[in-house]
Design a binder for this molecule. Sequence first.
Ligand code: LLP
Length: 385
Amino acid sequence: MLSRHIASKLRGFETPFYLYDTALLRQTLESVVYESNKYGYKVHYAIKANYDDHLLAIIREYGLGIDCASGNELRKAVEAGFDPRGIVYAGVGKRDKELRYAISQGILAINCESIEELEVVDALSAEAGAVTDVALRINPDIDPRTNHCIDTGQADSKFGISYEEVLEHAARIKSLTHVNVVGVHLHIGSQIRELHVFENMCRKVNVIVRNLEGLGFSFRFVDVGGGLGVNYDVPENEPIPNFASLFSIVHNHLDIGGKEVHFEFGRSIVAECGELITRVLFNKTTATGRKLAIVDASMTELIRPALYGSYHNIENITSEEETSDKYTVVGTACESTDVFDENVSLRRTRRGDLLSIKSAGAYGMSMASRYNLHDLPGAVYSDEL
Ligand code: LLP
């Protein structure tokens, strides 16, 4: 909970804006580095979660690599000073100009998601006089038991190449002369809270790697993606995600010899350190008796509740009121789904109060849009307050 002093300072900023707790980000990074070092695991930050420059500069200090999903994300990472040799690039649909740029940067691996993509990377690399390191993103057909909007590793998903297709085209893949298949990649989904799912993933990876190496492939690394969930319910109780448990599961169940093991964490690095600060514009009650707190943010700043029905804790951070009421917190956009939460208990809201929408550091700002010609939200950092 923010101190009164900080909350009153925030009144001076134009709302809505993202507030980032950089000390918490540092603690999270310390934790992931400490825990991963125990096993020699390599961690990439999934830049799609948040590409804020100030946060990227901090993340870079901790020596993480980057996972990117577009040419622009790759460029952003390179411009932020991340070493291209620590960058992986996944995505089902990469444009030629994006692939050319990735090839020119000599990144750690382009994670290819179709046989056709491998052939195109081979051809573009030949044109550039390069041999490009690639990983096969394989669809492992695993149910990550999360919101279906954010699962990615089930058989019918658009992500990754099916294992059967890799087997069928193994000879063709090995015959490509301008790609070097150095790794296996998979990512099964996001906001995974049932960690036993990762055990199944490891078992599948063991079989995949063993069988493909039996066919003559030789991999330097396995990249098992991201997906570690955070606690959206009561973030104060568990602000640092459980990296230790995930790494220990992988350590106990992955059996791939001495290969490097890579992870790509987005949400678990930045979700908890960010909150969206918004101001109450108006209060009103519907004919059905629903009390609405109308705030100056909307789905254009944070689309997760409208898009996935996601829950974010909300708090009135400036009210002096002793009593609470139940509110539906709605935004300014012209969409009925533009609701942050229903039936949320808040200290009584008055026009001008600031509300904090918690754990919004991941997939908040990076998914913001300019619908209704809204301005993009600004950012305030705790180390600058
Ligand atoms: N690696 C790949 C290949 C990915 O596609 C993703 C996320 C990650 C790593 C990072 O996953 P994380 O550690 O953040 O779970 N917008 C949604 C989440 C979409 C995730 C997309 N891929 C949300 O707001 O929940």
